[in-house]
Design a binder for this molecule. Structure first.
Ligand SMILES: NC(=O)c1ccc[n+]([C@@H]2O[C@H](COP(=O)([O-])OP(=O)(O)OC[C@H]3O[C@@H](n4cnc5c(N)ncnc54)[C@H](O)[C@@H]3O)[C@@H](O)[C@H]2O)c1
Length: 219
């Protein structure tokens, strides 16, 4: 369970909340004002029983016969996700992936702002990958984190650099890291690290593909 304010929410539910929020924002922009658990579950790609159970952890049960008010449920989920205020991101490592991440335009609508870019390479420091922010040197990490009031870090360095950079990030007071580096980071217990591993996800798909082929050949 993850404690958030007065609520205790299972980690698996927390992981699904962004999907519900995105589904609600899609419905909202399509002009939908109320939605049923079946409709919302369909858009979010889960079963309606799962959706109702997840939302019950937020104290949000909907109204029988009417369903969920799209705007208020969006607010409930945004608040639970701590999106009431904008999170200030620093991206570290501005190679291929870091460039793509720096140029992603979808942060602001979802409560995030990229406020700093850092790298070690002379060829990269001083450039403006997204056209606005200049890349600063990692030597200045602690000052940059303080100056920009950074609250989250996105790590896109090579694997060999990730642990030491992450340790500096934590020592500078940031607790949340999204890591793309293919390495298990060893950090204090109060640090929260989410790792994104596209190749690992593809391997899971490969497992399913192999399992399907094996089932077919048995059948
Ligand atoms: N998670 C995924 O699905 C996924 C997908 C692609 C890449 N990756 C990983 O993301 C990372 C970046 O990949 P890429 O293709 O952008 O690599 P890249 O080599 O193009 O870029 C890495 C950047 O990090 C910088 N760097 C090196 N050491 C640093 C340090 N100590 N501090 C700050 N910056 C530093 C380099 O100067 C370079 O600009 C790699 O670890 C890669 O394995 C993960």
């Amino acid at each position: 369970m993850i404690e958030t304010g007065d609520l205790a929410v299972p980690a698996a539910t927390v992981a699904r909340l962004p999907h519900y929020l995105r589904a609600l924002l899609d419905l909202q922009s399509a002009g939908v004002r109320t939605t049923s658990s079946t409709e919302l579950a369909d858009v979010a790609g889960v079963s309606s029983a799962q959706l109702r159970k997840d939302l019950s952890y937020l104290g949000s049960y909907g109204t029988r016969g009417v369903g969920y008010d799209v705007a208020s449920l969006s607010t409930v989920i945004s608040t639970a996700l701590g999106l009431g205020s904008t999170h200030r991101l620093a991206i570290i490592g501005l190679g291929n992936l870091g460039h793509a991440l720096a140029n992603y335009s979808g942060y602001t609508t979802r409560g995030f702002e990229v406020v700093a870019l850092l790298d070690v390479a002379d060829a990269v420091v001083g450039t403006r990958p997204s056209g606005s922010l200049a890349v600063e040197h990692l030597d200045d990490l602690e000052q940059v984190i303080k100056r920009e009031a950074v609250t989250m870090v996105v790590l896109a360095t090579p694997a060999h650099a990730a642990q030491s950079v992450a340790e500096r990030v934590i020592a500078a007071g940031v607790r949340e890291i999204l890591s793309f580096s293919p390495v298990a980071l060893q950090l204090p217990d109060d640090a929260v690290v989410r790792s994104v591993d596209v190749a690992g996800e593809l391997q899971i798909l490969a497992f399913h593909a192999a399992a399907r082929t094996a089932t077919r050949s048995v059948g």
